[in-house]
Write a protein that binds this ligand. Sequence first.
Ligand code: ADP
Length: 237
Amino acid sequence: MIEFQSVSHAFDGVSVLEDVSLSIDDGEFVLLAGANGSGKTTLMRHCNGLLEPDSGEVLVDGTPVAEDLIAARSNVGMVFQHPRDQFVAATVGADVAFGPENLGLERRAIDRRVAAALEAVNLAARGDERIDALSGGEQSRVAIAGALAMEPTHLVLDEPFTGLDDPARRSVLERLEALSADGTGVLLATHDLRDVLGLADRVIAMRNGRVAVDGPPADALEELEGLEVRVPDATRC
Ligand code: ADP
């Protein structure tokens, strides 16, 4: 479980998160919606200690992030909006293997994880390719595979579908759905709910650094008006 307890955060004196309290259960699939600048990325970067609250606390599986950064970073897989910032190796396979290698796993287990993660993002058999020769969408898929290979208890993904074509998006969504069904908590930030609403247990929408909406998708949809979130046509009010 990831828990935010009265978390506030300001940049240069400007409040960006204000008294945010929420928890994400194991296996829960949560969409984080809201306009650009509403605080989604800032919220997510607190999940593994990339940012620290000015006040309040974030706990991962019961342990304060600030107390055990390594545990938080092992248990929360993060996928950022700009995958280029996330790579540590030159080739696809080496990059995806990096996290599991740091967990001290045996080679066979690492290879199994890397193969499964690459398969999930439609990059099977492309492990030897150089990351800098890939398209932006392919790089995003490598970043997602890197997070999947850690087999974390939670996955936190910030606009992971930007630049992905339909088959890749479908493949990633299917994988997220299966992981969630197996008990992985998923927190997925998006400004466009159309592809993902059917998978979600819950929608949280941010406005000006606060949680403005928090509920099951059917209820949340009615409340999203005015938050600059794209919702499925069939359900638009
Ligand atoms: P979202 O992910 O919803 O688009 P962000 O969390 O990225 O929102 O940004 C919320 C606000 O915080 C914006 O006004 C943004 O300009 C500001 N902000 C984000 N990161 C920084 C930073 N590192 N330094 C200063 N301001 C920031």
